[in-house]
Design a protein around this ligand. Structure first.
Ligand SMILES: [Zn+2]
Ligand SMILES: [Zn+2]
Length: 371
């Protein structure tokens, strides 16, 4: 399909609210709907684009991924971790928007309210810094819920339920406080109006059992802290046989050496004072192995050296960030007699007099001498 930006397709700004996106979609979908544009190929194409754009921007998670990583992030091209994007059903969004009668879509909406637990599962995944930068295959281990076999998910031993004695089946109770009365969900039946007469022994009335799940998951290259990745149909099992989705919250451990800022990486490079004065080429350990760092004569404490393309690869643009090496000058803790003698000689050679403050430009002068 066309590689137009989703925001452009819906003609909304990148910071549009959920509501604005919804409205824009509704407008465009009605405009290009096949029923109103019989046989118009261009309108059909537009209609599909609008749908694709809304599938993404109308969903908080997908929109986040799209904003950060672009379409690649949603299609799973960068590691196969992201959930299927191609499995959407036009009928679904249409019936939720316009009612089942609109557009002749035959799609069935997934019946989800028959389960007494949410179908989506959310787990956290902590990865170390380098795995986040370079991607890695990880074993995901977690539990999913599925309907209890013994009671067919009802939680009741004999499948029977009885009217809740607390609310008399209404699912709500009213409470008086002074002259005010409040309506509350019934705490006994939790609004269902019915309670289980005899609990299923196997699941203790919960109606579900748990299953341990584990599968290999490819962490995409360049993921950052706080990213939420959706994996389709790896969540809880519904009574109707369908699965919810799994959401993986990425947490990246702090590294002892590297600090990330967007696609750039900062690191501190300790050097000895004489190296700073003399200037020399030293080896530093970057993200991708040892690299040369050329110190110039009179390198200052805190000075930053930028190594282009030695940062993190952006999933969306594939562009590499920068490595910023910040120098930290180390002084000797103690000096012996010989060193003292040498340093005094050095000091004299610079004409440094007692109590006289060294000018800022001194190092610049030295630099000049060596040129
Ligand atoms: Zn049971
Ligand atoms: Zn009740």
């Amino acid at each position: 399909m066309a590689s137009l930006d989703y925001y452009e397709i819906l003609e909304v700004s990148r910071d549009a609210s959920d509501d604005e996106i919804k409205k824009a979609f509704r407008k465009m979908a009605l405009k290009y709907h096949p029923d109103r544009n019989q046989g118009d190929k261009e309108a059909e194409k537009k209609f599909k684009e609008v749908n694709e754009a809304y599938q993404c921007l109308g969903d908080r998670e997908k929109r986040n991924i799209y904003d950060t990583y672009g379409k690649d992030g949603l299609n799973g091209a960068s590691g196969g971790g992201f959930g299927g994007f191609e499995d959407f059903d036009l009928g679904d969004i249409f019936s939720s928007f316009f009612g089942d009668g609109f557009g002749g879509a035959t799609g069935q909406r997934r019946q989800r309210n028959l389960d007494n637990y949410p179908l989506d599962v959310e787990i956290g995944l902590t990865v170390n810094f380098k795995d986040a930068v370079f991607g890695k295959e990880k074993e995901l281990k977690y539990k999913i819920k599925k309907p209890c076999k013994a009671c067919d998910g009802s939680g009741s031993k004999d499948g029977k339920k009885e009217t809740c004695p607390t609310c008399g089946g209404r699912g709500q109770i009213s409470q008086r406080r002074g002259f005010m009365s409040y309506i509350q969900t019934c705490p006994t039946c939790k609004g269902e109006g019915e309670i289980i007469k005899e609990k299923c022994i196997k699941c203790n009335g919960l109606g579900y059992e748990e299953e341990n799940i584990s599968f290999k998951f490819s962490i995409p290259k360049g993921v950052d802290n706080g990213l939420k990745i959706r994996i389709a149909e790896k969540g809880n099992l519904s009574k109707d046989g369908s699965y919810g989705d799994l959401y993986v919250n990425i947490r990246v451990k702090e590294d002892s050496k590297f600090v990330r800022n967007g696609d750039d990486v900062y690191m501190e490079v300790p050097i000895f004072v004489t190296q700073a004065i003399l200037g020399e080429t030293i080896k530093i350990e970057t993200l991708r192995g040892k690299k040369d760092l050329e110190l110039h004569v009179g390198t200052k404490d805190g000075e930053q050296f930028i190594l282009e393309n030695e940062g993190i690869e952006n999933i969306r643009t594939k562009k590499l960030g920068r490595l910023i090496a910040q120098v930290s000058i180390k002084m000797p803790k103690k000096i012996d007699e010989k060193q003292e003698k040498l340093l005094k000689e050095l000091q004299e050679s610079f004409n440094v007099k007692n109590n006289e403050i060294i000018e800022e430009s001194l190092f610049d002068k030295i630099k000049g001498w060596f040129k």
